[in-house]
Design a protein around this ligand. Structure first.
Ligand SMILES: Nc1ncnc2c1ncn2[C@@H]1O[C@H](COP(=O)(O)OP(=O)(O)OP(=O)(O)O)[C@@H](O)[C@H]1O
Ligand SMILES: [Zn+2]
Length: 697
């Protein structure tokens, strides 16, 4: 270590050092301070920033400050209540910040539990030594040794997969491509046990909704015999701040040898990881939709690469990105071609709704099949990806339609308590009582248009009065724990008909579910987003995969007005690879991702023109950079365009797409472009943000 970074301050006799601190502020940092010699990189410090005091993370001890030394302030204090975050963790965070073009502080600070980054936890009479000390004084909740459970013996395909993963030395990304019900979970568990037995730790990511107490329980039961009691820590967004802090500390202190969590756990503070698993790797919930818009799946691959360890991405319907990596040989594909319980995949039927008279949106075919299954004491799942009672309300005499005053969208009719309805905007949260009469003509005959899950639930209650009907969607699961309670009652056989949105589509291993009915899937067919067919197909395959998992006599009925569409034709044959090949060819011909790389600059302002003008100026600035860097041949700048739903919460939105055939060229452009936009005074009048690898266009 060079001595030059120590200096004697004029006023004090002690030796101090320069400290570079990352703060969660939207300004490019990090920021320089001075402080005591015992500070190390990875410590947290309390500093004053502008008029505020805040907690930041020490990311560097530079030999000289980046500005006039006489202006550099002292840190207020150094927090030593947790071990310093490691160099390898910081390297990972730095990569994420660079790649997604955000200040480092916006990556590292939100990755910490709230208590470790909020000043109030350290100040005031009741702070008592800070949140960590307080937590350590409290008695930890009793760790129950879970009843160990014996694994089933693996089939050949599972065994092969586990062995290949175990044999891999150093970094290797695996795509575990296994049909629905093929037993991917068993492969993860065996690979995890293998890793633990070698003294390494395991990070396992799952989509939020799949992290049920049942799954957690079975994971503990299987892995605690190897990881030790309490060796599994769980991190997800429904935890209280205290629970989250406790789990995070267990990971950082090395007590937890397995971390199971959702998206954000990719930033878990562990170093000696030997395996990273990403279950349902295609799931859109791995993408953070605000702030640092990262893909936890993509970061998992980078982290695994950096640590030199295997990464397992599992899915029955892999993202096209991962599929193409496997085709090119970058990822190694491991196939589980059949269901683990040696049962058939469900049969799929398309019901052409153009020629049918429907009863409350349900075809005779579907209703008949439901009757048969219910008589047979099997469960039925009705999938409709639209919550609420009806997508809109309209006046039958003048044609008025319920519209959000703040957005260019319809407000959705919701049934609150029986008989009472409200109109809700799903974009800005606006809510109002249903008007007594049409606001335009005064007529009282207003009718719902279309159907959402609530209305279907109501119809089914009337059509099948004997059946127990339950609904799982964002509305019915708002209260903490309610989703888990609902799923538990389905598993316990207390529900005959389950109505649900995509929340019910994935992951769940329903033992007694015989029939899946899909309503209104066509809504996603004609989206402008080039990924819409891929998303629709994945969703349909996943929801179809819930049928007949244990019996093998499952059936899926899809109501559609477009049965000839390739999405449905591929679904009939459970033909993921055919669909992927077809889609891949289309993408390659159009040079769309994964054959090119995209970034999306979006802007919003009160007036659409202001947003569009900003994007046009930003486009001009990017063009200048392209010319200077001579990268016009590999980077395309599209014209700024308004979003389809142009106004949300009274802000008008527009976007500008950048597409490149060469990723490093794109990254370099984005770096220079962002600093140009940050510094340009004319370009500060709108709210804007950049998204790298956007999932939705
Ligand atoms: N080797 C095995 N022998 C018998 N049953 C097995 C075996 N492996 C897994 N199973 C069972 O098969 C069922 C499906 O397994 P699992 O839920 O892991 O499938 P999956 O591949 O994750 O499916 P999906 O992609 O649909 O979520 C479970 O009930 C599981 O207990
Ligand atoms: Zn609105």
């Amino acid at each position: 270590m060079s001595d030059s970074r120590h200096f004697s301050s004029d006023s004090e006799t002690s030796t101090e050092v320069w400290i570079r601190v990352a703060l969660d502020v939207p300004v490019e940092g990090p920021f320089d301070y001075r402080g005591p010699q015992d500070v190390v990189v990875g410590d947290r410090v309390i500093v004053s920033f502008g008029r505020r005091k805040m907690i930041g993370l020490v990311v560097e001890l530079p030999s000289t400050p980046g500005c006039d030394p006489s202006l550099v302030k002292h840190v207020e204090s150094v927090l030593k209540d947790i071990p310093a975050l490691s160099a390898s963790w910081l390297k990972f965070a730095r990569f994420a910040a660079d790649y997604y073009q955000r200040p480092l502080g916006e990556v590292v600070m939100p990755a910490l539990p709230v208590a470790l980054r909020s000043l109030s936890a350290y100040q005031g009479k009741r702070s008592a030594g800070g949140p960590v000390a307080r937590l350590d004084q409290r008695r930890a909740p009793k760790l129950k040794p879970t009843e160990p459970s014996a694994p089933p013996s693996l089939n050949d395909a599972q065994q092969h997969a586990v062995q290949v993963i175990g044999d891999s030395l150093g970094f290797q990304a695996f795509l575990l491509y296994g049909v629905t019900g093929s037993g991917k979970t068993e492969v993860y568990l065996h690979a995890a046990a293998q890793t633990l037995a070698r003294g390494k730790r395991v990070l396992m990511l799952v989509p939020e909704i799949n992290l049920t107490p049942q799954f957690e329980q079975s994971l503990r039961a299987r892995l605690e015999p190897v990881a030790g009691v309490g060796g599994v820590a769980v991190l997800h967004s429904a935890l209280s701040d205290g629970e989250r802090l406790r789990a995070w500390l267990r990971a950082q202190r090395g007590e937890a040898r397995v971390v199971l969590g959702t998206r954000l756990s990719i930033f878990a503070p562990m170093d000696d990881i030997g395996l990273i698993v990403v279950d349902e790797e295609h799931d859109p919930s791995y993408k953070q939709q605000d702030g640092l818009r990262y893909s936890a799946r993509d970061l998992a691959v980078w982290r695994g690469h950096d640590l030199g360890i295997p990464v397992v991405l599992g899915s029955a319907t892999p993202s096209l990105e991962s599929w193409v990596h496997a085709e090119k040989g970058n990822y190694k594909r491991l196939d589980l071609p059949a269901r683990a319980r040696e049962v058939n995949l469900p049969s799929v039927r398309l019901v052409d709704t153009r020629r049918l008279k429907m009863e409350h949106g349900l075809s005779v075919q579907l209703l008949d099949a439901m009757r048969t299954r219910l008589a047979n004491r099997e469960q039925v799942l009705i999938f409709l990806n639209r919550r609420g009672y009806a997508p809109a309300l309209h006046c039958t005499s003048c044609g008025w339609v319920s519209q959000c005053p703040r957005c260019t969208t319809f407000t959705v009719l919701h049934r609150m308590t029986p008989g009472r309805h409200q109109l809700h905007c799903h974009h800005c949260g606006f809510q109002q009582r249903v008007p007594q009469a049409c606001p335009d003509c005064g007529d009282q005959d207003m009718q719902p248009i279309g159907r959402g899950t609530q209305r279907i639930e109501e119809h089914l209650g009337m059509l099948f009065p004997e059946a127990r009907v339950a609904r799982i969607d964002a509305d019915s699961t708002r209260k903490k724990g309610s989703a888990q309670a609902l799923f538990a009652s389905v598993h316990a056989g207390e529900v005959d008909i389950l109505v649900g949105t995509q929340m019910v589509a994935k992951g769940h291993d329903f033992a007694n579910l015989g029939l899946v009915g899909v309503l209104n899937a066509d809504a996603m067919l004609f989206s402008q987003d080039f990924r819409a067919p891929e998303r629709l197909f994945a969703q349909l395959m996943q929801v179809a995969g819930r049928a007949g998992r244990h019996t093998g006599h499952g059936e899926v009925i899809v109501q559609t007005g477009y049965p000839e569409q390739s999405v449905y034709q591929a679904l009939l044959k459970h033909d993921y690879s055919g669909f992927a090949r077809h889609t891949m060819n289309e993408r390659e011909a159009a040079m769309l991702p994964p054959f090119s790389h995209q970034a999306l600059l979006s802007a919003e302002a009160r007036e659409l023109n202001v947003a569009l003008d900003f994007l046009q100026a930003a486009r001009d600035a990017a063009h200048t950079l392209l010319v200077a860097q001579q990268t016009e041949a590999v980077i395309t700048l599209y014209d700024p365009v308004p979003l389809r739903i142009v106004r949300v919460d009274n802000m008008c939105r527009a976007q500008l797409l950048v597409e490149a055939t060469h990723r490093p060229a794109l990254q370099s452009l984005l770096r220079h472009w962002m600093s140009a936009l940050n510094e340009h005074p004319d370009l500060r009048r709108v709210r804007w943000q950049l998204e790298v690898d956007p999932l939705e266009i």
